[in-house]
Ligand binder design. Sequence first.
Ligand SMILES: C[S@@+](CC[C@H](N)C(=O)[O-])C[C@H]1O[C@@H](n2cnc3c(N)ncnc32)[C@H](O)[C@@H]1O
Length: 292
Amino acid sequence: MHPTPDEDQVLPGQVLPGQVLPGQVLPGQVLPGQVLPGQVLPGQVVRRLRAAGCVFAEDEARLLAAEAAGPEALEALVERRIAGAPLEVLLGWAEFRGLRILVAPGVFVPRRRTEALVEEAVRLTPPGAVVVDLCCGSGAVGAAIAAAVPGIELHAADVDPAAVACARRNLPGVPVHEGDLFTALPPELAGRIDVLTANVPYVPTDALALMPPEARDHEPRVALDGGPDGLALARRVATGAVEWLAPGGSLLFECGEGQAPDALDLVTATGMDARLVTDDERGATVVVGTLS
Ligand SMILES: C[S@@+](CC[C@H](N)C(=O)[O-])C[C@H]1O[C@@H](n2cnc3c(N)ncnc32)[C@H](O)[C@@H]1O
């Protein structure tokens, strides 16, 4: 015979009023994997991004989901991405040499291949050097050099007010000047610049139409168009650099692989020594001109 339980005694297996059992679903409770009305599942996001041609669809889905405040915001981001908006513009930032660089709509998104230009610039920059980043866009190049070399005197400049505003956010405390190439710079920098970086636009005008829509439709023409042979801006920068570089100072700019012979020639024509740095992994070609 079983003993008779006390009134307050809870017996094994007994369910008390209001007690939640393991596995029991409460009203309004969301279960793992449950689809809510209007919710976009990460798996669906990955599939949709992949179908739209995003090569790194899983990474993109994860980044967009982390940025979105909720399912509706995520759906809006996914739709804009599928329509061709650059991932970095949707996120509001781009990774560049381990830094999170803020990007704004209408401002050139820094490319990973430009890290090769930065690495060569860092090699040429002693602590305390005067560094100028012309055609600075978001300010990524200057920010990455400043992060790698202590105590430099950095200036940045761009002709596009949207780029200047964006660079000012990425380079707090750094003078960011607005204007056409060297005319933007304070005259006292003339003859004092140790390292001059200029990731000039270098797409030949006729080739703009062949660019991926992400760049063609979302980045301003002024950031891409390098004139008839793609080297018009590089030519102007190299010609001006002779007056602005300190003795022994260097100019660095990027160009396409096929443009390299002409790019070297245009630097040599200014009287500077010219050499090429290539990085096959990143697909980068960097021209370095040094004033003797
Ligand atoms: C290819 S983007 C490079 C931006 C940035 N340096 C980077 O690597 O991400 C070229 C930049 O040059 C700027 N630019 C074009 N023509 C210019 C000029 N005449 N004077 C100054 N900046 C110019 C554009 O506004 C754009 O921001």
